[in-house]
Design a protein around this ligand. Structure first.
Ligand code: F6R
Length: 604
């Protein structure tokens, strides 16, 4: 959701910021803007509706400076337009602010400011902040910013420049990520390390309620009340190249192709053959505590929620602990009963999704034990949780999640095995699952080799206006995720149903123009799944099956390698990622940046 990048140092700032914005575009891409301190100290701003390349085209020849901040936007308050693009300035053009998040009391503050004579230039909530800072009575920029922040309610990651304080950028965080990049006589700030790693891998992640002042050769962090905090830089795990496209045409393709390697990484160093289990260092859950857990509730959104659904089934199957997954966005609004014997697991690729974070905070406030299954190291959810495990998928840049989904499910398999072996899973079953896990990377590579056939199939089905995805038990969350993938990247309407529910309604939809994608694993439900295919065929429905053997009733079958029954869902989703990708490609969609979406939903 929106991207911020800022720089103070000696280099020409505009090209640096534009490059940073390009790397952040996946977080929001409806408008962009930049402000720098010009030669005579004035703030020079350029903004443009549309992509960063639109902004770049508008930058005048003479736009030199060594301090600046920039923003790429995903609209919340006010439509995408030049006026609503950030940065926003105060009435005297002295203060410039870029902001991620939402100011909840913006309308109230806007009304007060308007009554006092302030004229607004945009419809955004952010402009309120610029005026508040501009009108603040305090003497230093740091104090002006904290004075303004005291008046606002909501979430923010902000970067602020002030004409009267040209030697600094002041930043603050509450709920939206802010990362400082520490260089040699130069400092960076961004909402995501992706914008920094090409220049420095030394970073400091601000916590909620923290602020920082960046000068070219120095930085300091403190609370909004002004007390100093300690900030020890850490080294970003990933090289700058991990954020590049690496010879692929899109990030989605690159990230699908990286899955064998990514799965290998999540397994590495964790398997304990001697006890037929796995070690998950950061769980912070003693064996005695793990044995006392009576239920597991997994919370996530979108694709992560689907990964959580498979995770819940894995935990139930392997550890025999009743488990289920629920969208975090629903859970937090239904005043849930928080049970002391339930272990809560928050799952999130970005570790920043607001609904998940808010659910975690609510659970912790009520005294619950919360684990995180998260990809981004040091992210808000990872920090807020009592323990957990990283999924080690590496940076995921495409808005649509693929490799993180797969790695998250594998991480859940590890958690399920770990809990199972502390409880009643036998050594032989433990070994069986470990062997299955070890086969995954090779089997993923086998699936990826079938891409040319999947591409052909995708072209054949790309004319559909709507598609049904069905699966039973283990196959159902796979169907749900595959249907989400198709709709978000190709814009074809798709919906997922348990195959067992067909007769209870969706069968009415079946006709030649409504293809069905069926997940048909070779497990104890094979015959039931085949019966569903018969029912569809009897109504002249077209069927594409994903199965372990060719399905006679299907028009086409994508055959995937068989693993252990419990682990099959990990593999069965992968060809359907490629199917969604090639369908979108055939339809000419903007694959890495689907319309209306943005990575990392840090607002409600
Ligand atoms: C879909 C997708 C989204 C995210 C969801 C949660 O491809 O990526 O549905 O899964 O917004 O995001 P995280 O996992 O970052 O919490």
């Amino acid at each position: 959701m929106c991207g911020i990048v800022g720089y103070i140092g000696r280099r020409d700032v505009a090209p640096l910021l534009l490059e940073g914005l390009q790397r952040l575009e996946y977080r929001g891409y409806d408008s962009a803007g930049i402000v720098i301190t010009g030669k005579s100290g004035e703030l020079k701003t350029v903004k443009a509706k549309g992509r960063v390349r639109e902004l770049e085209a508008r930058i005048p020849k003479r736009f030199a400076g060594t301090t600046g901040i920039a923003h790429t936007r995903w609209a919340t308050h006010g439509a995408p337009s030049d006026e609503n693009a950030h940065p926003h300035l105060d009435a005297d053009n002295k203060v410039a602010v870029v902001h991620n998040g939402i100011i909840d009391n913006a309308s109230e503050l806007r009304a007060k400011l308007t009554a006092d004579g302030t004229v607004f230039a945009s419809e955004t909530d952010t402009e309120v902040l610029a005026h508040l800072i501009g009108r603040a009575q305090a003497e230093t920029l740091e104090k002006k910013v904290s004075e303004a922040l005291r008046a606002v309610e909501g979430t923010y990651g902000i970067a602020v420049m002030h004409r009267d304080f040209p030697d600094r950028i002041v930043v603050a965080r509450n709920g939206s990520p802010v990362v400082l990049g520490i260089g040699e006589k130069e400092m960076f700030v961004a909402s995501d390390v992706a914008a920094l790693v090409a220049h420095t891998r030394q970073v400091v992640t601000l916590g909620d309620g923290e602020m920082a002042t960046l000068k070219a050769d120095d930085f300091r962090t403190y609370t909004t009340e002004g007390s100093r905090t300690t900030a020890t830089p850490t080294t970003v795990e990933w090289e700058a190249e991990s954020y590049d496209m690496g010879g692929h045409d899109t990030y989605m393709h690159k990230e699908i192709a990286e899955q064998a390697e990514a799965v290998d990484r999540v397994l590495r160093g964790r398997i304990d053959d001697r006890f037929a289990t796995v070690h998950l260092g950061g769980l912070n859950l003693e064996p005695g505590e793990a044995r006392r857990v009576r239920r597991i509730k997994i919370l996530g959104c979108g694709t992560s929620y689907h990964a959580g659904q498979i995770g819940a089934q894995l935990i139930e199957e392997l550890a025999r602990i009743p488990s289920d997954a629920e969208p975090a966005s629903e859970f937090r609004y239904r005043n849930p009963v928080v049970d002391p014997d339930t272990l809560y697991v928050a799952v999130s690729q970005s570790g920043e999704t607001y609904d998940v974070l808010a659910a975690v905070q609510e659970l912790k406030r009520k005294g619950a034990r919360v684990l995180g299954v998260v990809n981004v190291v040091g992210s808000a959810i990872a920090r807020e949780a009592d323990g957990g495990t990283y999924v080690h998928a590496g940076p995921e840049v495409c808005v649509v999640s693929t490799k993180c989904f797969t790695n998250t499910v594998v991480a859940f398999a590890l958690l399920a095995l770990h809990l199972g072996r502390i409880r009643d899973l036998s050594v032989s079953d433990g070994k069986r699952i470990i062997e299955g896990l070890r086969r995954l990377p090779g089997q993923i590579d086998e699936i990826l080799k079938t891409e040319p056939e999947i591409k052909k199939l995708a072209r054949e089905y790309a004319d559909a206006k709507s598609m049904l995805f069905i699966g039973r038990v283990r196959g159902y969350p796979v169907a749900r995720e595959a249907s989400l993938k198709l709709k978000e990247v190709s814009y074809i309407h798709a919906e997922a149903y348990p195959a067992s529910e067909l007769k209870h309604g969706p069968l009415a939809l079946i006709e030649p123009a409504m293809p069905t994608v069926a997940i048909v694993p070779d497990d104890d439900l094979l015959e039931k799944n085949r019966a569903a295919l018969e029912e569809i065929k009897a109504r002249s429905g077209r069927i594409l099956a994903v199965a372990h053997q060719v399905q006679e009733k299907a028009d086409h079958t994508i055959v995937v390698p068989k693993n252990e029954d419990e682990l099959d869902p990990i593999l069965m989703g992968i060809p359907l990622q490629l199917f969604a990708y090639h369908t979108a490609l055939a339809l000419g969609r903007d694959i890495d940046k689907p319309r209306n979406l943005a990575k990392s939903v840090t607002v409600e």
